[in-house]
Design a protein around this ligand. Sequence first.
Ligand code: F6P
Length: 357
Amino acid sequence: MKRIGMLTSGGDCQALNAAMRGVVKGLSHNVDELEIYGFYNGYKGLIYGDYRLLTSKDFSGILTKGGTILGSSRQPFKLMRVPDENGLDKVEAMKQTYHKLKLDCLVILGGNGTQKTANLLREEGLNVIHLPKTIDNDIYGTDITFGFYSAINVACAAIDCIHTTAASHNRVFIVEVMGHKVGWLTLYAGVASGADIILLPEIPYDIDKVIKAIDKRTRDGKGFTILAVAEGAISKEDAALSKKEYKEKLKNYKYPSVSYEIADQIEKRSGTEVRVTVPGHTQRGGTPCPYDRALCTRLGAAAAQAIIDEDYGYMIAMINDKTKRVPLKDVAGKLKTVDPDCQMIKEAKTIGISFGD
Ligand code: F6P
């Protein structure tokens, strides 16, 4: 008999359901009796005891369904130790729910913040298994996170569409790509869609170099330029500011996001008309791509095997195309960023893509 709790936390992505299905299928094929408690809306469900007993039927037919059948919410890690508005100790509440239901393990699907809380629960003596979810691909200790490839498809499709209209109107276009503080999604979507300039948080940009790259295209007879700009992109000047100075700058920031600031600077300095497109949360929505479905099925099956083995306290990672149990204590709180000197960036530069550096 196994009693499993399951929750999805943080920003959603396309293949959460596929991952949960993988876990449940893996367990139901190998365990005589199985009880699955689905907690609603992330850690909130565990804190406030909002859950439902699910059966394997609930996980049937959801391989291709985006979002999460359990719902999700953001519960910032830094507030986990802070009592809620009624004075409830959230960590104690989660432990109580876990023990009341006599769970063998909690399967927690989420990104970096979620992983930190999963590790906290491990330190508090709960059995946890974490599955690395995020379109940002910024979880340390795994080659890939689920949601990333699906999001590349969406971001890439947006840039593809911009290409045709940019070419018709001879315009400069900025497409702002999600990714939080890292540039994985922008790098892959930008290269895959033939962006001319790619700006990443890991490579602070010089606006003069960006304008130079646009001018060069114009001189070469290319009427339009596409910039793929990460939402976390940062200029050289801003990167040189202290944390305090940067916070001060943001207080008086007049742009909706960095892309609009870049557009404004290009327009003012070069007189070129610039349009900004923000695909935003579409990048997290819709159907998971086939790669993510297969990835999640594998991660789910490997999570099930860890539970069968009663081997807890891990993130199930994908490393060199092999699933691996990576100790949560070794990875929680670490960020996987793009190496500015990586081969992919060198190759992109070889074919003339500018990174504004
Ligand atoms: O972490 C996933 C992500 O989509 C980031 O790329 C983005 O910065 C953030 O979540 C947006 O968060 P929210 O859905 O809370 O607006």
